[in-house]
Design a protein around this ligand. Sequence first.
Ligand code: AN7
Length: 366
Amino acid sequence: MSWRGVIAAYRAFLPVGAKTPIVTLHEGNTPLLFAPRLSKRVAPDAKVYLKCEGLNPTGSFKDRGMTVAISKAVERGAKAVICASTGNTSASAAAYAARAGLACFVLLPKGKIASGKLAQALMSGAQTIAVKGNFDVALDLVRRIAEEHPVAVVNSVNPDRIEGQKTAAFEIVDALGEAPHYHFIPVGNAGNITAYWKGYREYRQAGKCRRLPRMIGFQAAGAAPIFHDEPVARPETVATAIRIGNPASWQAAKVALTQSNGLVDVVTDEEILEAQLWLAVNEGVFVEPASAASVAGLLKCAGRRPHPECPLAAELHASLIPAAPTIVCTVTGHGLKDPDIVARHAMNAVTVRATKESVLKAMGLA
Ligand code: AN7
């Protein structure tokens, strides 16, 4: 049977009924890719997997939540949806709204959106509004507007989004036959860590796995309100997707971290970019900067040279972790979302004359 999206696959776990019109682009069923080189860097007996969410229809994990949010919006008779976004939510909302025939309004922090994401919102016909302010300001505007006007909010403050996004945890357990020991994940607005934790708990409740993972979240150092336990007024990071200073799901994320005996830590822009490049070069997986935060975090706290101040590193090295740990890193969005990042890596093609000799010289063969 061909895959028909996360609602068809996990209907019994989702808030849909016989009358819910299913709006889907066949999201989900993304690769859980074993990462041999990354595993080796962590520990000789570690098994690290990448949950490659960039392979969703619009190139990020947001599609899992959007299929449920848009389907429910249509069921409730909505004619228009609205969201604030650092880029991926707007790309997803625009596509699913287009599919459903709904009007879509997206509020974006002006100048702080990766070009691929902006292209997606525009091309899907969303009314795209650049706000002279950051994501937190834009989300506040969205909430105030939706209180007074008939537009459905499809940010993750909408519980239908969390419901859809939890299916990624289901897929991981279905693939591994058990939950991993550790789940590493980037944290921005904190909806996804909340969703995974909900998914793992519900799946264990249903008898699909026996263990629950420890949730290990990573924020960008310049946008780390949960880590600092304080809102950040002016968040800054190269990982624009997680440039968020006051996460909507802050409290739920704290519950996930506490209940799972998890941790939240930070990674610098340098660590993020290094991990992004390392992953592309060593595992063939090109992810956007925000997505590399989970891998940067893993490299920070595991491996031969862990960061001295990282609590998880201390723990990993005190051998508190099980032998042969299974670790999943969610890589949340595709590298093509943010093609301009290549400039930050100071890389370029070599230009040569159109002769065999010139090409051979560039190849180092002449
Ligand atoms: C690639 O699109 O918040 O902690 O408005 O695009 O659930 O917010 C995106 C977030 C990680 C953080 N990786 O997830 C938005 C938005 C990527 C992202 C996150 C985002 P949350």
